[in-house]
Design a protein around this ligand. Sequence first.
Ligand SMILES: C[S@@+](CC[C@H](N)C(=O)[O-])C[C@H]1O[C@@H](n2cnc3c(N)ncnc32)[C@H](O)[C@@H]1O
Length: 332
Amino acid sequence: MMTTDFEECQKISVKKFIQYFYQGNLNFTLLPEDVEKMDWSWQQQFLDATVNSKLIKEYPISSKYASLFLKKIIQHLEQNQEVHDELYEHLCTSMNNIDRDGFSYRHYLIGNDINNVVTIKETKNMVVNGTTGLKTWEAALMLSDWAICNKNIFLNKNVLELGSGVGFTGITISKHCYTKSIVLTDCHNDVLKTICDNIQINFPHLQKEEDKDFTWFNDQDKSLGVLPLDWNAIDDLTEDLVPDVLIGADIVYDPSILQPLSNVIRTFCNRNGKLEVYIASVIRNEDTFNGFLKTLGEMELNYETIELPKCVHIEWNESINRSLLKINSKLK
Ligand SMILES: C[S@@+](CC[C@H](N)C(=O)[O-])C[C@H]1O[C@@H](n2cnc3c(N)ncnc32)[C@H](O)[C@@H]1O
């Protein structure tokens, strides 16, 4: 059956709004020509792919965000279209719900595809219980996007992530880059527990095993580990941990951790002279970032900057001041 131009535009439009909903985006404008396409069938498609979908029912997005999103759409629709009853119903439900423990779920689209998402349980707050690790930061999106563009770096490698937070980067790399193993680390207990929850959400078929300090999630093809690793306590670091690739996103933000962080990088370089290290940062304070570069030099570590011109598979904010460093040891 032939589709008309109107139906084709309608399909594109509904896909765009489904993506906004999944990505937690409220910064969209609704033009009269958008509203014209949002008839009953458009609204039904939107509802089925979002609030009525199995994924969103099982892992609901923030109630606050859902109510703001639905309110914005309904306000525009009311002027021009008959509004679907279920939109009102879902608006009421989300206004009456409170996100449990401050946590909700975000669904990050890979390649703008709603069938290819990484679901992350996280909070919306920058600091919770004294940690910045309970939300996904922009550098995590940037580093993951770059990794998917450079899969060969991770292919069949043992990867270790420092300061993993809720685990978006490690989980996305494990899903898309065919690592031999990946170990996600952090120093905060609530963060480590949330990483385990997020691994189980994204890889429900993996077998969970506890081994000393590690929690492993394995099957014959995949291996993800979760390990407490505090940069201030590297003497406790188990000796059999020898990664090929070390990664970190948004971990250069506090002058007091620059030296401990550089010590960890040095320690892993001492264990493997060929170690490749990739650290993605949002540069909020030039002095802190330059302090990190200086400390790397003092620790006999080389660095070079990798260009990150624009988003490819994952959306991140292209207007931020950013850096991706490749670091390796001067001493081989
Ligand atoms: C800004 S968050 C970034 C989280 C995640 N990489 C992301 O980009 O979404 C910084 C992370 O570093 C961790 N961190 C801070 N100090 C640390 C330390 N001394 N040892 C290990 N992890 C640390 C925090 O717990 C937090 O998860």
